[in-house]
Write a protein of this length. Sequence first.
Length: 359
Amino acid sequence: MQAHPAEGVAGATPSTELDTNGEGGGPALDEVRTDWTRAEIAALFDLPFTELVFRAAEVHRTHHAHGQVQLATLLSIKTGGCPEDCGYCSQSAHADTGLTATKLMDVRAVLQAAAQAKDAGSQRFCMGAAWRNLKDRDMDAICAMVEGVRAMGLETCMTLGMLEPHQARRLADAGLDYYNHNIDTSPERYGEVISTRTFADRLETLENVREAGINVCCGGIVGMGETREDRVGFVHALATLPRHPESVPVNALVPVKGTPLGDMLADTPMAKIDDIEFVRTVAVARITMPMSTVRLSAGRESMGEATQALCFLAGANSIFTGDKLLTTGNRGDSADAALFAKLGLTPLAGEEPMRAAAE
């Protein structure tokens, strides 16, 4: 179910015109732009696969440590019962997945999980709560989690739904390094996936996070039955933000029975994004957002080793480790260690380029 956009590269300026024959003419490897056109991004998607991956690998080596992949751990600190109707999410109160809603975890339990993640080699500890928006009454506990995890020497990331400006400032004061708030898909397809909040709501929270001085983690999900044109729009929305997200998670949909998308796509395997198209999406994200950390997120447990290797070649340089991502399965530490050994990869030792450049 891939529809290729009819538009070409007519809108490209001479200095950034893309040569789809693989004979040069692309943007400079060290150029960071926020004025990408959809036509330019579509032209990247349309490149011969090996040429696209080659260009992405060149961009990656220009800005990032070759052969190093950041390890991160994601913990659900408040599971289920979310009032949002996101069509992919097992934690939505609108879904019939049998998931039992829980209360916010105790701070000590979260810090214990963070310590275990650090012992397993993680550099960043991410905490997610199934909320529409953060409530001020939970702020003290959330800030205590941030402060405690940072005290261990780990990077901190939170995803708590929509944020008001004063909440973002308080999280910044607590030392939060990253805030995750995904746009999920293209602006045009967004309303088909979620109806309880708008694409503009997403952007407003991103602005509040930026204003508070917190680094942005923002990406989305592919494989939701969208078209190639939707994937172009998804990357375009991220690559034309005033400042690229420091971290860009690219998720492959994990169809969960009882969710609208999980049920809709369960019997239509052709709707699932194929491995080559997934790698293309990673490669285009790397080229258009050259200094961002691109993370392979949900869906890795169903990917073969060759697909993951291609993603790393195309510029992905972060993964979530552990056996679970919020409520869905993940490959596990031992499987990741074996894959790293086979590919000759090592955990990231230094700081991400965008953060280092900002200091």
